[in-house]
Ligand binder design. Structure first.
Ligand SMILES: [Fe+2]
Length: 489
């Protein structure tokens, strides 16, 4: 027997009224034998949808809901109550129990059609919501991917089932209780998955009255609109699936299970971050492409991302080694290596752009000549910057010096013969090159503007002190040699 607390509709229909009064009262209680003795008879009530009748517009009109809920659904409730008037042996059941009992192991009793249709419509209203059409939460999405291969496959299967349903009936996503596997099924007329002890997750009414007013015979449009704009995972998902370890219980906002809560806080944060990133990748996959995750991590992505990771790693590791070599370990900090929260944010956005574009616009990443130009820029930028660091030695400082120190000399030889700030030139070329290498148009422009603006502000400030330290010697040097950063004198 199913647990009542796991069922959104259990015990929700039985209303008590005086048998002489045909109107349904507002009180809601389970029928009990002692009450029968006092001539009180139970009726099943018409449950209202969890939103206003015009809330699903423009996808389902108010007119459709007024007719569908106000007439068809109501008539099933009234038909059920009429049947039950003849015999009260079924009173006292929840709607679930009534459906199962009247199905009578495949030999339906006269009450079955009305009882099942009442249950089906209640569930159908809950399977939609204004602004629906989103993806289910991560746990359910993963289960769908496990059982269908991808969300897109599930979606196609659901639509196909709806369009190949003969006559009137319903399409369902159900959880097979024994196998703990999700499956799309279609049922004829009033039959629903409760009769096989499956757990319904979402349902779609494929009776003509559900769509004819809005879509005439265009079932394809109706089904697609349901999937894209109406389907709701909330009620069924939160009520049923946590029991099977598939979804989170309501109110539980954690991205990881209790089993994951065994590492230090940083690790937990990283797990959550990865969980969120993974979820968004799957959202993009499911919503916009038919590609699988393995297709996303194709040769193109693997090569471009590997180059990027290699470039970033090499840049910072070599920067660190040289800084320690010239200035000593104690004088090197992340800030002095140009690693700031803004830098990390910029890198995060560049990776985000890459993932979004390789999913939505995979062809963009296939411009290999552009990517290779970026690679060359990365290498050239790296060489220029490291030549500057090595040439200047102890005079190369990551932080601007505002006091003249003995080892701080004016360097004008080597790469400094061509530009005054080769370290900045190299970094600018390197940074923009990384984004061109990834074929990231937005980040290419973004990096160019941000890095250029940073040096545009920094160079005059730095040179103010250099002029103080080296006087006319620096004036003369600055007159002859360009800064090395475009549009900065
Ligand atoms: Fe219906």
């Amino acid at each position: 027997m199913e647990c009542c607390s796991c069922n959104p509709f259990a015990s929700s229909h039985l209303l008590l009224t005086d048998s002489k009064s045909p109107k349904l009262p507002h009180s809601r209680r389970r029928f009990q034998g002692s009450q029968r003795a006092s001539r009180v008879v139970a009726y099943y009530g018409l449950k209202t949808p969890p939103y206003k009748l015009d809330a699903l517009e423009p996808y389902l009109s108010k007119r459709t809901l007024e007719m569908h809920w106000g007439e068809h659904h109501r008539s099933y409730v009234e038909g059920l109550n009429k049947h039950l008037e003849k015999s009260d042996v079924l009173y006292g059941n929840t709607m679930d129990e009534l459906v199962k009992a009247t199905y009578n192991n495949g030999n339906p009793l006269p009450e079955f059609n009305n009882a099942a249709q009442v249950w089906n419509h209640d569930f159908f209203w809950e399977s939609m919501q204004p602004g629906g059409g989103d993806l289910p939460e991560l746990g359910v999405l993963k289960q769908i991917e496990k059982d269908f291969g991808s969300f897109t496959n599930f979606r196609e299967k659901f639509i196909e089932a709806a369009l190949t349903l003969f006559g009137s009936g319903w399409v369902w996503l159900v959880l097979r209780r024994e196998e703990r596997r999700l499956e799309v099924i279609k049922t004829s007329n009033a039959i629903n998955p409760l009769v096989w002890d499956d757990i319904p997750i979402v349902s779609l009414d494929m009776w003509e009255h559900a769509y004819y007013l809005d879509y005439k015979n265009d079932k394809v449009k109706y089904v697609n609109v349901f999937m894209n704009h109406l389907v709701s995972w909330n009620v069924a998902m939160s009520q049923k699936l946590p029991v099977y370890g598939i979804a989170r219980p309501p109110g539980d906002c954690r991205s990881v299970s209790n089993g994951d809560l065994n590492g230090p806080k940083d690790m937990l944060f990283l797990k959550q971050l990865w969980g969120d990133l993974d979820f968004h990748i799957q959202v993009l996959l499911a919503a916009y492409t038919t590609a699988s995750k393995s297709e996303i991590f194709s040769y193109t992505a693997c090569r471009q991302l590997s180059q990027m990771i290699l470039a970033v790693s090499f840049f910072h590791i070599s920067e660190y080694i040289l800084a320690v070599l010239f200035h000593g370990h104690s004088n090197v900090t992340p800030r002095s290596l140009l690693i700031s929260k803004y830098y990390l944010l910029a890198m995060f956005f560049s990776f985000l752009e890459y993932f979004v574009e390789i999913v939505l616009l995979p062809g963009l990443k296939e411009y290999w000549w552009i990517s290779n130009v970026g690679l060359v820029m990365v290498i050239v930028g790296e060489i220029i910057r490291k030549m500057a660091v090595i040439t200047a030695g102890k005079s190369f400082t990551h932080l601007i010096k505002i006091y003249h120190e003995e080892q701080h000399k004016l360097i004008t030889h080597g790469v400094y013969r061509f530009v005054r700030h080769p370290g900045y030139s190299g970094f600018l070329i390197w940074a923009v090159g990384t984004q061109i290498m990834l074929c990231n148009p937005v980040s290419t422009v973004g990096f160019a503007i941000v890095v250029w603006h940073f040096f545009y502000k920094r160079i005059p400030y730095e040179e103010y002190f250099l002029r103080q330290f080296f006087g006319s010697q620096y004036e003369e040097y600055a007159r002859r040699i360009p800064s090395g950063v475009p549009f900065v004198k």
